[in-house]
Design a binder for this molecule. Structure first.
Ligand code: PGU
Length: 465
């Protein structure tokens, strides 16, 4: 009985969806109306649907959402949920890439608090922003990325649109690719940040992977990377991590970046940079933007998604931008108009709070310097626990295994090389929460927990296969 009800229900659902398709393609609608009634008035237990000459009544004790399966937990944000649910005193969250203090508490930058106070003093309003976002933010963010005196900015070849942090900005870039480069493929590093593939899948942009990480050397598979970029169809998009590659923490050297740019240029590919860690890799905003600036200085057209989640700790404010550097100001103007057109039906216009914070900090030399000092402090703390972790593992592990990759990697993460079973063991036995690809966020580690973590890693590595 339930199954026959279900089949009627799903039939009704398919009629409903075909009618909406016909509306989309401009064909006349079938004129479906969903009514609920009986002689006494509305009946909550039946659902009568009339579609032209077809009419049926469906009992609604079977959910209309029956066909929707349970989604799996998110591989990164799901780790934070599992961590919260754990009552153990030992628990340590090294899953999400979010900065913590030595006391393992979230950190709001002092300079951010100052900017927020300024906003209150000024009595800023909450009016809608334009679709493209806050003008002062867009100017500041492009300048921070490219350098204020970059010729591309002077020649007005940069289209910048405020986005919903790094993710939303990548999504806008993906939507632009889908609409104006139909069939073009995006090349993604193997491995990469867990959400990249979702973003391009949902935007219906085909992608394939290029080799990046070599488990044998625990380093960059540079030859493989170059080969794969070379053999991709001309005019592909190449997604590159501007600095502090997530999850591996392995970046190309400046010489390797030059060679990557050579191949991309030869093949007429379009680089698409994801810059989520500017200032967080080295502590210097300029040094961390060098890869992007190199490509722009060669006159290449480049897409860049930026995020202020990490470097300003504005995770929940959802502040970032998509920049498209074009070869002419006219192209940049048209691209910007289309980015706005893509944003409007998705979320209309972006939130103002984070944009004001960034614009106020970057636009005020005192606040800007305070930010740089705080960022250096955060990057420095992460570097320090990275070295402590290496020292502790190297001292404890008598097996002769070379753990020096820990200190060669940069940024927030260490890619430990632990496999899924070993990572599960880290969580199940040691209550160390981490992603299943063996990545740990060093931003979530304190000096006090280093010894404990070192013991957990050694145990998981040697005692679980
Ligand atoms: N790009 C990369 C390479 C990232 O690592 C992240 C965040 C983003 C973009 C997007 O960050 P936004 O907050 O949208 O600006 N990665 C973190 C945060 C958790 C997540 O997966 O969103 C991480 O732990 O990998």
């Amino acid at each position: 009985m339930a199954s026959s009800l279900l089949s009627v229900a799903s039939h009704t659902l398919s009629l409903a969806s075909s009618s909406s398709l016909e509306t989309h393609t401009g064909k006349p609608k079938l004129g479906c109306n969903t009514l609920r009634f009986n002689k006494e008035g509305p009946n909550p237990f039946t659902n009568s649907r009339s579609c032209g000459r077809i009419s049926m009544t469906v009992a609604v004790n079977v959910s209309r959402f029956e066909g929707i399966p349970m989604a799996p937990p998110d591989p990164i944000l799901g780790v934070s949920e599992a961590f919260k649910a754990d009552t153990s005193e030992l628990k340590l969250n090294l899953g999400v890439g979010a900065y913590r203090t030595e006391e393992l508490q979230p950190y709001v930058l002092k300079v951010v608090k100052k900017a927020e106070n300024l906003m209150l003093e000024r009595g800023d309003n909450k009016e809608y922003l334009p679709i493209e976002g806050l003008a002062a933010f867009n100017k500041a963010t492009a300048e921070l990325l490219l350098g204020a005196d970059n010729p591309a900015i002077k020649q007005q070849r940069v289209a910048t649109v405020q986005g919903l942090s790094g993710t939303g900005s990548l999504r806008l870039g993906a939507a632009l690719i889908e609409r104006y480069f139909p069939g073009a493929k995006v090349l993604i590093s193997a491995p990469t940040w867990g959400n990249h593939k979702n973003i391009f899948n949902d935007a219906r942009v085909p992608w394939s992977e290029y080799r990046y990480y070599d488990p044998k050397t625990v380093g960059l598979d540079f030859e493989g990377m170059i080969e794969d970029i070379k053999s991709a169809p001309e005019g592909s998009f190449v997604l590159l991590h501007g600095c502090a590659h997530n999850p591996t923490g392995i970046d190309p050297t400046p010489e390797q970046w030059e060679k990557i740019a050579d191949v991309i240029q030869e093949k007429n590919h379009i680089p698409f940079f994801d810059v989520a860690y500017q200032g967080f890799a080295s502590g210097s905003l300029d040094a961390d933007a060098a890869s992007v600036r190199l490509f722009v200085s060669r006159g290449l057209e480049v897409l860049v998604a930026q995020s202020y989640s990490k470097n300003l700790g504005l995770y929940a404010e959802r502040i970032g931008a998509i920049n498209v550097i074009s070869s002419s100001p006219e192209a940049a103007t048209r691209v910007k108009s289309q980015l706005k057109r893509l944003a409007r039906p998705m979320y209309s216009n972006p939130p103002v709070h984070g944009a004001r914070i960034v614009a106020d900090i970057v636009g005020n030399p005192n606040l800007f310097n305070e930010w740089k000092a705080e960022m250096e402090m955060m990057a420095g703390r992460i570097k320090s626990v990275r070295h402590q972790l290496y020292d502790s593992i190297a001292a404890k592990d008598k097996s002769g295994k070379d753990w020096s990759f820990i200190v060669k990697q940069i940024g927030m993460f260490s890619y430990t090389g632990l496999n899924k079973e070993q990572s599960d063991h880290m969580t199940n036995k040691w209550r160390v929460y981490m992603t299943k690809d063996g990545r740990i966020s060093l931003a979530g580690l304190s000096a006090a927990k280093v010894e404990y973590l070192a013991g957990a890693i050694i145990d998981s590595f040697h005692n679980v296969s």
